[in-house]
Ligand binder design. Structure first.
Ligand code: KG4
Ligand code: ZN
Length: 324
């Protein structure tokens, strides 16, 4: 460990995952802990319940990561500030401030010695930038600008990424997010929350050309998306076609989502003359969407994050903070 190393402790509590991580110099993952909450009973995340669960779990995770990395000097604290569920965000932000105040910066003397220092610096992190950073962290030589398709439970955006800390949204959903569409369709079929992974698994044994679901806004003259109508089409289809295999309907729905996401992203990259595309966010874990992108590997450099860095985590929070 060199003296000049910057070790950042990241904290993530924006939704239903409690995460802590230590990342060195923006790219080297020293350690990471993640605890995912169970919201199956309520069919979705209840903010009040999520925040209570963060309050219980976050101190335990912090204790554990600090104790098992006691040889590491933490230089800064990074915390997700927004966007997210406010009661959930507040837990991480409050804890980060308390922890930072009670800690000492490097070289400020031993515990108990008088110090004029005010604790460790805090870096506030944008949750969406942290998702996009997953591909930068795992590919430090990635080209800028690149296009990132950010697909999560709360957001669906096409972003022109100028650097780790500078991004322009060039297109987004006008209604539901892609993950939200997965979750709502899953609910229609009585599948537990979050629905995306269940739909993905069930679709493996279905015929994705069984129903030709609509691709809303596919021909629109912009890079925006709409998923609300597609979700409603699935509902009407199920009402008027009793006894069909759910595998076939879900596979057809998943294919429609993949087709919309990929076609719009490719259109954006071609229009902006950008050759590198990344995908990020929880829905980027979907293998069918990745496969659809693979069709364009000859034309574009494509990057997909490891599955554990697609969904919410503190590694990308701690990594991104290094660049501020
Ligand atoms: O990024 P994330 O963990 O949290 C937000 O910031 O929203 O994304 C969660 C979303 C959920 O909607 C979940 O259903 C979806 O990601 N998801 C998936 C898959 N894994 C997670 N959607 C489709 N296929 C998957 N394999
Ligand atoms: Zn997220």
């Amino acid at each position: 460990m060199k003296k000049s190393d910057i070790n950042i402790l990241g904290i993530e509590t924006s939704c239903d995952d409690t995460g802590v991580a230590i990342v060195k110099n923006g790219f080297v993952i020293i350690d990471s802990l993640l605890s995912s909450q169970d919201h199956v009973d309520t069919g979705g995340v209840v903010p009040e319940k999520a925040s209570r669960m963060h309050i219980e779990v976050l101190p335990l995770l912090i204790d554990k990561i600090i104790n098992r990395n006691s040889n590491i000097e933490i230089s800064k604290i990074a915390v997700t500030l927004n966007p997210g569920l406010v009661p959930a965000l507040l837990v991480g932000v409050s804890f980060a401030h308390g922890f930072a105040k009670g800690s000492r910066p490097k070289g400020s003397g031993s515990w108990g010695s008088r110090s004029k220092t005010k604790g460790l610096p805090i870096v506030n992190i944008n949750h969406l930038y942290a998702h996009v950073y997953a591909n930068i962290l795992t590919n430090p030589n990635i080209e800028f600008p690149h296009i990132s398709l950010l697909i999560s439970g709360g957001h669906t955006q096409i972003i022109k990424v100028l650097s780790a800390t500078s991004m322009e949204v060039i297109g987004q959903t006008v209604d539901d997010a892609a993950g939200e569409a997965f979750d709502k369709v899953a609910r229609m079929f009585g599948l537990p929350y979050p629905g995306g992974p269940h739909i993905s698994k069930i679709s493996d044994s279905g015929n994705e050309n069984f129903v030709d679901f609509p691709r809303p806004m596919i021909g629109s003259n912009d890079f925006n998306f709409s998923f609300s109508g597609l979700k409603t089409s699935v509902l009407y289809y199920m009402k008027s076609h009793k006894g069909v295999n759910r595998e076939d309907v879900l596979a057809s729905f998943q294919f429609a989502v993949a087709d919309i996401l990929v076609r719009k992203t490719i259109k954006a990259a071609r229009t902006l003359n950008i050759n590198t595309i990344t995908i990020a966010g929880g829905v980027a874990a979907n293998l069918r969407i990745r496969k659809e992108f693979e069709k364009y590997r000859d034309e574009f450099s494509l990057y997909f994050p490891p599955i554990e860095l697609c969904t919410d985590n503190a590694v990308t929070v701690a990594g991104l903070a290094y660049h501020y």
